[in-house]
Design a protein around this ligand. Sequence first.
Ligand code: GDP
Ligand code: MG
Length: 598
Amino acid sequence: MKNIRNFCIIAHIDHGKSTLADRLLQTTGTISDREMQSQALDDMDLERERGITIKSHAVQMDYKHSNGEDYILNLIDTPGHVDFSYEVSRSIAACEGALLIVDASQGIEAQTISNLYLALEHDLEIIPILNKMDLPGAEPEEVTDQIVELIGCDPADVIPASGKTGLGVQDILNAVIDRVPAPEGDPKAPLQAMIFDSVFNSFRGIIAYFRVMNGSIKKGEKIQFVNTGETYYADEIGILKMDQHPRKEIKTGDVGYIISGIKQAKEVKVGETITSFDNPCEEAVKGFEDVKPMVFAGIYPVDTDDFEELRYSMEKLQLNDSSLVFEPESSAALGFGFRCGFLGMLHMEIIQERLEREFNMTVITTVPNVSYFCYTIREPETKIIVNNPSELPDPSIIDSIEEPYIKAQVITKSEYVGQVMNLCVEKRGELKNQVYLTQDRVEITFNMPMAEIVFDFYDRLKSVSRGYASFDYHPIGYQTSDLVKMDVLLNHEQVDALSALVHRSNAFDLGKKICLKLKELIPRQQFEIPVQASIGAKIIARETIKALRKDVTAKCYGGDISRKRKLLEKQKEGKKRMRQVGRVEVPQEAFLAVLKLN
Ligand code: GDP
Ligand code: MG
């Protein structure tokens, strides 16, 4: 135990976490140069392309310190995006130390800080690293000042490094051993291990990664999950290098994997405690949460015949992604599909992309929304959870509606502070705090409705700050708001998939914008189409899509066949994601129009 070190890497996206992790693996010989493939830890295609670590992993490295002693270093990778902050918190809880990587040419960003706070909450030893020192734009003095200011360390504690050239890698490994405390825990106590991640393997089922807090786990023993009460057998346990190495026993302080015949990700929740069935521990590891989806949207097959296939694909996805939830729903406009719950907007995009890539499904996604609580005036008052705006009860029986709020954190340059604040206010945000990290960098904290980031917050933030803003958030509970349901009518028919809950004060403005946007997105057809927004029976905005006069192919004069064919093919391509709503053909983008209003 005294020669084990458990650590993770926390960083803002693109600051070089994956590259540095690869270097550590290479330097410790965990991965040979030949095997070395850039970003070895990100093994999903999608992940590599996006350059983010979606699923956390753990790798064990052997390392001989310059003092001659052998050490076991467990590197626990953490996901880098706000949608997965609970997973980050569990990975952090499995460690005693963290490498805090800051890009020397960028400085501290929002995720650097929010992940740092998580690490400090768990009393992790922080090893600050000034990365990408090889870049000509590196500003080591200034960024070191930022780090020193932030964590209150000695400037000499900051390790200059480069994942690219290998600078500082040896120093980092030695610092992990010298500065990160060895794990504590009672080897003689009953087994208490915490699951910090799990992956799905189509041959072996679920492989769960755990950290032993107390006691030890033995191959073949009967185990129990403390939170669910379910029992299993530890069919195979072992340690993780670049692949699995089975072992007979994993002891206090160490990290390992378990395979126990579990077939579905949802049976193994991150944060779960494993104990021995015959000699159980007294309590679960603290901090377990049942993560709840934050963002909901309808997913519908483009071709209505593909509903069953879509169900099959979603079930497959759920096998390895327990945070995805879905249930069948039907929409007058879109037919049969599923209402899906996601951790956040990125998670939603990932699922949509995976459906398309891995299952070859073409789907229509509706405007995402948060989950609302609606209280009725009926006695006794009932609370209805509304995950789909079209399910909101009739306004006459609604007493109040609550929506989820978040605490948002933006870090930007001082010159953009005014713009960012304006945006926050427009998004119904309430300023909570403003701190100058340095002369030029400001951290702004505010509370705002989660629904507002589901709309076009990210894009707007990027544009008002010219890209110089980073953003992070955490849910802080529900608050009552004056919300109304805004409906959209196409050719006088209400399109349920376009209904949204909006704040009363914004309704007129939004109604007008959405009608304009739909007018732009819906192609002209053989007849005139009125586009209207309404609250209840009251029309609040209207636009008209004029009728099409001529056949589009007519201007090809009949002579140029290939050009005509191309045009028709182009139209067909465009039709793939068209939906017939009443008499109107509506393209997929139109169902997401609300997201693109500016
Ligand atoms: P992550 O998002 O934190 O995992 O960052 P990555 O490791 O994926 O790196 C993001 C980008 O920065 C990639 O294009 C890397 O090639 C580049 N990068 C990472 N480390 C360094 C470094 O030390 N120097 C330079 N010049 N580029 C780096
Ligand atoms: Mg990465």
